[in-house]
Design a protein around this ligand. Structure first.
Ligand SMILES: Cc1ncc(COP(=O)(O)O)c(C=O)c1O
Length: 388
């Protein structure tokens, strides 16, 4: 039976388009036909799909041929995938409790599809910045990580000290001095059921990514999010269900803004999709929304502690963690986004309303410098040297 002619299917990976190929296996049985081959990049893998192609065509499945790969074939394709990836984010090291070790080969940085985190979102995560060869606020982030795991009913594969040691060793293996450490705890692999009862062993994963330059102090624009905020039970734990956060960020980008701000069920200002918010009122008070319904940010907690200095210097009249109305927020002298990815980012415009004088404010700048200095030369309670 002759195989139909068609073009290759473009892979979803963003890799360069494969060229038309003719498998020697097809040639021998089917004459000079060209078949569609998904992801056929290495000749070895194309040859392997010949028998499958005949089976598929003869059984009316169609002309799109999916190669059946050996473990070595998969490894080869994953390598090509990484080599052709379009993102400029570099992955330097990954730890996985599944393999019980660290790899520095991005092609091997994979997790099992039957992990409850992958197919049911049953996982939690956290981060820590790497600056000048030190981990910033690792203990504070790990505390939140373990709190999130407990709220998500995820057992710990190791005790806290071991988790921390694994994270530090992963950064050491990466040789990264400026970057980001991200880590996940999941119910682990086992099966595809809703219940995690068949997942015998929780899993820990961690990855180190490189950052080219530290965040800049630069003003930005925000909008109010139309995506519903997560209920307090889920907003206060850092679990992997970030679809509302992703959609909120996309909504902001569609409107030429950096972030979309959530309001809570009572209409008070809540938080951004991956950052907290703070304001300086006309009375020079620094106000921050209460943490009962949002994520308790490690960065804003540190800012709250460091802000006392500005009160002592008379630059702020006070600090308050309380309900903040939209009206109060939009009429503030300064508004800022605060989080470990951006540090402190002034907001110059919210829903087309100019905030303050429309310029980066002095309090936001002081907070940004506090955090930068803290990352570079803060006390040992917030800075852990990486033993490279
Ligand atoms: C929803 C949400 N709120 C706030 C924050 C800020 O937290 P942190 O300062 O610990 O990065 C984050 C970032 O992780 C977040 O995802």
């Amino acid at each position: 039976m002759a195989l139909p002619s068609s073009f290759l299917v473009e892979p979803i990976s963003g890799n360069p388009k494969p060229t038309q190929v003719m498998s020697p296996a097809f040639r021998s049985v089917s004459g000079p036909s060209i078949v569609s081959v998904i992801r056929a990049r290495s000749l070895r893998n194309i040859v392997k799909c010949g028998a499958t192609a005949n089976y598929q065509v003869e059984n009316g499945i169609g002309s799109v041929v999916v190669p059946v790969l050996s473990a070595a074939g998969v490894a080869e394709e994953l390598k090509v995938f990484q080599e052709n990836k379009t993102s400029n984010q570099e992955y330097l090291a990954m730890y996985s409790s599944i393999v019980g070790g660290i790899t520095t080969d991005p092609a091997a940085m994979v997790i099992p599809i039957d992990d409850h985190m992958v197919h049911r979102g049953h996982g939690v995560f956290d981060t820590a910045a790497i600056m000048d060869g030190h981990l910033y606020e690792l203990d504070q982030h790990v505390d939140r990580f373990l709190r999130s795991a407990s709220m998500a009913k995820i057992r710990l594969p190791f005790d806290r000290a071991t988790i921390k040691s694994i994270l530090i060793q992963t950064v050491a293996a990466s040789n990264c001095t400026l970057g980001s450490l991200r880590y996940w705890l999941s119910a682990g692999p086992g099966d595809f059921y809703l219940s995690p009862a068949g997942c015998p062993q929780p899993a820990l994963y961690a990855i180190v990514t490189q950052i080219r330059k530290p965040p800049e102090f630069k003003g930005t624009k925000v909008v109010t999010s139309s995506i519903p905020i997560k209920s307090p039970q889920f907003a206060t734990m850092k679990n992997v269900n970030y679809l509302p956060n992703v959609l909120s960020k996309m909504e902001a980008e569609e409107n030429g803004a950096f972030a979309a701000i959530w309001l809570d069920d009572e209409g008070y200002v809540a938080e951004g999709p991956n950052m907290n918010v703070g304001f300086v009122t006309k009375e020079r008070e620094f106000i921050v929304p209460r943490f009962e319904k949002i994520l308790s940010g490690c960065t804003i907690k540190r800012v709250l502690a460091l802000a006392e200095k500005l009160v002592k210097e008379g630059r702020l009249t006070g600090i308050s963690v309380r309900d903040v109305t939209v009206d109060e927020g939009k009429n503030a002298d300064e508004m800022m986004l605060i989080g470990s990815g951006i540090l402190v980012k002034p907001v110059l415009e919210w829903d087309d309303q100019i905030i303050g004088d429309g310029k980066e404010g002095p309090v936001a700048e002081a907070f940004f410098n506090f955090i930068m200095d803290d990352m570079k030369s803060g006390p040992s309670t917030v800075r852990i040297p990486v033993p490279y």
